[in-house]
Design a protein around this ligand. Structure first.
Ligand code: SAH
Ligand code: SF4
Length: 403
């Protein structure tokens, strides 16, 4: 299997691998529709079939997206017969919190267990960390879109153990609701009060490649954007991709105007190809053409994410080609010091090297930022808490297994 995986990597057949080579037992075949995968329009159509008045849809949506309840019986203003009908036709899954790191007003990481026992992560980042004790009001949530990742970037924890499955629509939507439930309503009150919206911005930068789960992601974002759902403005939602060129073109045609971030991490095919196998399938020429198309259609600024990894992509020889790409696409560059991943040899460069890279880029007339905050152990990229927990579970299973 490992050899086959490497050959597929070499050929760049990621989509093929995703579709055909995943053992059947990892695919959830007994999938019944979840209520949070439905748009208001779909629910209205269903309620009409059931001869239910339209206002019942608004009542249901309020229970789901304002009170964030996890139990049909909590929906006390819906008639019992309607609740029973809903229960028999839909599931109402809520994410189960199994681990949390960080505390209020700092970056917080949440590890969730899904109904098939897969683990995923979300990260909540306050916009203005309350240095002097006052609570921060705006929060960005980093959301996962897949269990694992098929794209196997050499530096990333999410891809280390391969791809397991796409997240369903409701599993993406639920990450926002579940975080708000945990942070704002620590008690398990069966009749919870209306909660304030905590998450104001979304970054689709958690585990997985968002554009490889395109349809589920788009539907989830429509629900999270809708005034009856998450109410989060499309311009406050950033999708990050490792560079799936055809899907970037598709995204350009979407009615909602999301922001786009490209995980570049190398400004030449040689460097990028070494650390991101996807570059062999969509080399820089193809990727930049897709970004130009996106920009021409949308007129929106693109962001390049560039992790600085010591001795790999932090050489000043990357500055000129990076500046050429950034100027061509009018892109802003976010430099991110690498977060070490247990089991991988990669390291972040010294602060002097990071500053030198930033200064050289700015000297080329590029708009760039360098993430300088401390405490990167908790701020680490998504995928690491899951990896750590899965390794702990494996280790304890090995310890308790009979010899
Ligand atoms: N698959 C998508 C989105 C998820 S990864 C993508 O690749 O864009 C989100 C971001 O985290 C990407 O820019 C990714 O390169 C970065 N990342 C992954 N591992 C990291 C690490 N160890 N340190 C810093 N950033 C990392
Ligand atoms: Fe997947 Fe993104 Fe990690 Fe690459 S960086 S392995 S595409 S999650």
């Amino acid at each position: 299997m490992a050899q086959l995986k490497n050959e597929l990597r070499y050929l760049g057949c990621y989509d093929l691998k995703a579709r055909w080579l995943i053992p059947n037992d990892t695919v959830n075949l007994s999938y019944s529709m979840d209520i949070k995968s439905q748009t208001a329009e779909e629910l209205s159509a269903r309620f009409r079939e059931w001869d239910q008045p339209e206002y019942r849809v608004a009542q249901l949506l309020e229970w789901l997206y304002v009170h964030r309840v996890c139990d049909w019986d909590a929906m006390t203003n819906l008639p019992k017969a309607l609740r029973e009908r809903l229960r028999s036709e839909f599931t109402l899954h809520c994410l189960e919190l199994i681990r949390k790191q960080g505390s209020r007003d700092t970056t917080q990481k949440f590890l969730w267990r899904l109904s098939d026992h897969s683990l995923i992560e979300s990260v909540l980042i306050p916009a203005n960390p309350a240095l002097y004790g006052e609570p921060s009001d705006r929060h960005t949530l980093c959301v996962s879109t897949q269990v694992g990742c098929a794209y196997g970037c050499g530096f990333c924890a999410s891809g280390l153990e391969g791809w397991k499955r796409n997240l369903n629509v409701e599993e993406i939507v639920e990450q926002v609701l579940a975080v708000e439930r945990v942070v704002q309503q620590p008690t398990s009150d069966p009749q919870p009060p209306a909660l304030e919206r905590l998450v104001s911005n979304l970054v689709i930068m958690g585990m997985g490649e968002p554009l490889a789960n395109y349809d589920n992601l788009m539907k989830a974002l429509r629900i999270l954007n809708a005034p009856w759902g998450g109410g989060i403005g499309a311009r406050k939602i950033t999708i990050s991709t490792s560079g799936l060129a055809p899907q970037i073109r598709k995204l350009a045609e979407e009615p909602l105007q999301f922001r786009l971030a490209i995980s570049l991490h190398g400004a030449t095919d040689e460097i990028r190809g070494k650390i991101m196998p996807v570059n062999r399938k969509y080399p820089l020429r193809e990727l930049t053409a897709a970004c130009e198309y996106y920009q021409a259609k949308r007129g929106r600024m693109i962001t390049f994410e560039y992790i600085l990894i010591s001795g790999v992509n932090d050489g000043l020889d990357q500055i000129k080609p990076l500046a050429v790409l950034a100027r061509k696409l009018n892109a802003k560059v976010n430099l991110i010091p690498y977060n070490t991943v247990e089991g991988l040899p990669w390291k972040r460069p010294s602060e002097e090297q990071q500053e030198a890279f930033l200064a050289a880029l700015e000297a080329q007339g590029v708009t760039a930022t360098l993430r300088r905050e401390k405490g990167h152990d908790i701020d680490a990229a998504c995928g690491q808490l899951r990896l750590k927990t899965e390794r702990e579970i494996e280790a304890s299973a090995a310890r308790s297994a009979p010899l």
